[in-house]
Design a protein around this ligand. Structure first.
Ligand code: MN
Length: 197
C-alpha cells in the first residue's frame, strides 16, 4: 500500500479541551482514514503506486486528470504531518533553532503569531496554514483544500488544518479561537525544530 494511516502520537483524549476526543474520532478515524483508503484505491495498479507519497505529489500536481489522486495523497500526507505538529501541553514560545529563526524573520514571537493566525483566518474555505522553509527562508503560507507545500518545492515545518472538520465540533464557526488555542497550547516545537534540521 502506498499510503498508511499512522497511529496518533497521543491518546484521543490527550489534547482536550483544546481539541476534543470527539473531534479526533471523526477527524482521524473517519476523515484521515478515508483519504488513505481512497488514495490507495486510486493508486492501485498504476505506475505511481510504489512511489513515496512526496514523489507522487510532485509528479501529479497540476494534472487535472489526476486531481483525485493528488487530493487524496495530499490530504493523507498533510494529516500525518498535522498530528505530529501537536502535543499535550505544547504551544507558547518556541525554543531552540526555530526560536532564533522566527525572531530573525519576524522580529518578535508576537508578530509571528499574528501572521500565522492571519494566514489561517483568511484562508477562504477549506485549507491549511503553514510555516515552511522556502529556499532557506522561513515563510508563512496558506494552501487551499488539499494543496500542500510538498508539491511546490517548499519544506513544511508546521501546519494548522483549517478545514471545518478540524474545529467545528469544538469551536463551531470560531476559527480564530481554534487558531489561538492551537498556537498557545498545542504546537510541538520539538517536531518543528527536528524538521528545520
Ligand atoms: Mn483535516
Amino acid at each position: 500500500m502506498a499510503l498508511v494511516l499512522p497511529d496518533l502520537p497521543f491518546a484521543k483524549d490527550a489534547l482536550a479541551p483544546v481539541i476534543s476526543a470527539n473531534t479526533l474520532e471523526f477527524h482521524y478515524g473517519k476523515h484521515h482514514r478515508a483519504y488513505v483508503d481512497n488514495g490507495n484505491k486510486l493508486l492501485a495498479g498504476t505506475e505511481l503506486e510504489n512511489l513515496a507519497p512526496e514523489e507522487i505529489l510532485r509528479k501529479v500536481a497540476g494534472d487535472a486528470a489526476k486531481a483525485g489522486i493528488f487530493n487524496n495523497v495530499a490530504q493523507a500526507w498533510n494529516h500525518s504531518f498535522y498530528w505530529k505538529c501537536m502535543k499535550p501541553g505544547g504551544g507558547g514560545k518556541p525554543t531552540g533553532a526555530v526560536a532564533d529563526r522566527i525572531l530573525a524573520t519576524w522580529g518578535s514571537y508576537e508578530k509571528f503569531v499574528e501572521e500565522l493566525k492571519n494566514a489561517g483566518a483568511t484562508q477562504f474555505g477549506s485549507g491549511w496554514a503553514w510555516l515552511v522553509l522556502d529556499g532557506g527562508a522561513l515563510k508563512i503560507v496558506k494552501t487551499a483544500n488539499a494543496d500542500t507545500p510538498v508539491a511546490h518545492g517548499q519544506k513544511p515545518l508546521l501546519t494548522i488544518d483549517v478545514w471545518e472538520h478540524a474545529y467545528y465540533l469544538d469551536y463551531q464557526n470560531r476559527r480564530p479561537d481554534y487558531l489561538a488555542a492551537f498556537i498557545e497550547k498545542l504546537v510541538n516545537w520539538d517536531f518543528v525544530n527536528a524538521n528545520l534540521k
